[in-house]
Ligand binder design. Structure first.
Ligand code: KMT
Ligand code: NI
Length: 178
């Protein structure tokens, strides 16, 4: 797993877009994100149990697996959005990028942070954090998606209205304390 500020220069979203700006050491913590490496799936079972996750599925995002809808799916995953539930992903194979918003909302330091993930990496995004996903230049990732109860797919794309969502407001209040 590699973490850096996204350079925000034009160009395909699947390129690394790595800026050289130094990243604060505690950034993921400050954002309420848990991430790491699990060499075996057993540790996923443990975290799922601890957090009362009862459901999971496995998704492969690639042109082979998705056919002609691949490009539109990749664009959809890349729209900035939030969920009212945690988002847990465990990468089984391939690689891709999770971009998460850092900084105080609306402030100049509200920047994208890119988390480059590969097999064995996991990430837990808190409810209310704005984020997006893309495959990288290899166009292949296989990931486990974990859910507390029913698969809750609802992605709320960023808007003035979603900025006021109670889960968003709650998340922002934790950021302002940091
Ligand atoms: C997401 O949250 O955008 C996704 O689940 C994308 C597929 S998981 C690699
Ligand atoms: Ni999401």
């Amino acid at each position: 797993m590699k973490i850096y500020y996204y350079d925000s220069l034009p160009g395909d979203q699947r390129l690394p877009h790595e800026s050289s700006d130094p990243l604060p050491e505690s950034l993921l913590d400050d954002l309420g994100i848990t991430a790491g490496f699990y060499p075996s799936g057993e540790q996923v079972d443990t975290i799922a149990k601890e957090r009362h996750y009862r459901n999971r599925d496995i998704i492969t995002v690639s042109p082979e697996a998705m056919g002609e809808v691949y490009e539109s799916k990749v664009k959809m995953f890349f729209a900035e959005h939030l969920h009212e539930d945690e988002e847990i992903r465990y990468i089984l194979d391939g690689s891709g990028y999770f971009d998460v918003r850092s900084g105080k909302p609306g402030a100049e330091d509200e920047r994208w942070v890119r988390v480059a993930m590969e097999a064995g990496d996991f990430i837990v995004l808190p409810p209310g954090i704005y984020h997006r996903f893309t495959t990288d230049e290899k166009n292949y990732i296989k990931a486990m998606r974990l859910f507390k109860d029913e698969p809750k797919w609802t992605a709320l794309n960023r808007s003035a209205e979603v900025d006021q969502n109670p889960y968003r407001q709650e998340y922002v209040s934790t950021l302002l304390k940091v």
